[in-house]
Design a protein around this ligand. Structure first.
Ligand SMILES: *[C@@H]1O[C@H](CO)[C@@H](O)[C@H](O)[C@H]1NC(C)=O
Ligand SMILES: *[C@@H]1O[C@H](CO)[C@@H](O)[C@H](O)[C@H]1NC(C)=O
Ligand SMILES: *[C@@H]1O[C@H](CO)[C@@H](O)[C@H](O)[C@H]1NC(C)=O
Ligand SMILES: *[C@@H]1O[C@H](CO)[C@@H](O)[C@H](O)[C@H]1NC(C)=O
Length: 242
């Protein structure tokens, strides 16, 4: 290399450095933008909101379509009834034995459809129990949207749900549970981690940690495997004392 070539080098290199700098800035900009966008849509990487709902009303209409399906309602109230009430009674009995549920508990079942869970609670002696769903089924289930529970703060000792996957806004779903639970109240969720839930699901949960992170005022009491109508994991939370 001739010494005379040296001064020319920076002239050739400059545009490269400039374009390298520009593309790196662009990359840095994009990498900052992408997670922000994802965070806005999905509460965490292991909890994905299903796309495709154009509005809250479209989402509610879709949920109603399952809840109101006459064939399903017929099955839920007849063929399904005894088997499900029996299995739910087993879950609730086990919670009573672990001192997480009592006859005196004021209990709520969220997304209770025709109220099989509520009937099971009453069967094991938890008389002050009610369910909510978009469509009421009196006297066991009253009308209520789990994103906006129709109850005052600190109403319940115990809340149960197996419809977490139907929540379009999981943070709101959990926020409403924590709002309406009394201090020290218990929340029990049955969720699926290993299997994609049905076509009416609004989110997919891949890791129980992502569920736990949504609870801001509660501690995890227990995570265990269950066999609950396609749901494989039971997570028990206790809301903090005041
Ligand atoms: C509800 O579901 C039925 C059967 O899948 C379908 O024919 C109907 O168009 C749906 N209605 C709405 C409002 O989504
Ligand atoms: C709770 O209720 C059940 C069913 O009515 C009854 O068998 C049981 O003795 C009650 N337990 C307590 C501790 O009162
Ligand atoms: C709960 O209801 C059952 C059946 O109606 C009744 O036998 C029991 O005494 C009730 N328990 C309480 C604590 O009210
Ligand atoms: C109920 O709880 C919510 C959320 O914790 C809080 O923002 C609100 O002020 C409470 N309302 C009453 C009437 O205490």
């Amino acid at each position: 290399m001739k010494p005379a070539d040296f001064p020319k080098l920076p002239l050739i290199v400059k545009p490269f450095i400039l374009s390298l700098f520009l593309s790196l800035s662009l990359l840095a900009f994009l990498s900052l933008q992408t997670p922000r966008h994802t965070l806005k849509k999905d509460p965490s990487p292991d909890l994905k909101i299903r796309p495709g709902y154009s509005s809250y009303d479209a989402y509610i209409q879709r949920q109603l379509n399952k809840t109101l399906n006459p064939k399903l309602r017929q099955i839920w109230t007849t063929r399904d009834w005894n088997r499900k009430v029996h299995v739910f009674s087993g879950f609730f009995d086990s919670l009573k034995q672990r001192k997480l549920l009592f006859n005196e508990s004021k209990a709520l079942c969220i997304g209770a459809r025709v109220g099989q869970e509520v009937a099971a609670l009453k069967r094991v002696g938890v008389n002050d129990s009610v369910g909510i769903d978009l469509v009421p089924y009196p006297p066991l289930v009253m009308k209520g949207d789990f994103h906006h529970q129709p109850f005052d703060n600190e109403t319940f000792d115990f809340e149960f749900s197996n419809v977490f996957d139907h929540a379009l806004y999981p943070k709101k779903f959990v926020g409403e549970i924590e709002r309406t639970l009394k201090p020290n109240g218990i929340c029990v969720l049955h969720v699926t981690l290993s299997r994609r839930a049905d076509k009416y699901s609004a989110n997919d949960l891949y890791n129980v940690k992502s569920l736990i992170e949504l609870f801001k005022q509660s501690e995890v009491v227990k995570v265990r495997s269950v066999d609950g109508f396609g749901l494989d994991t039971e997570v028990v939370f206790r809301k903090n004392k005041k």
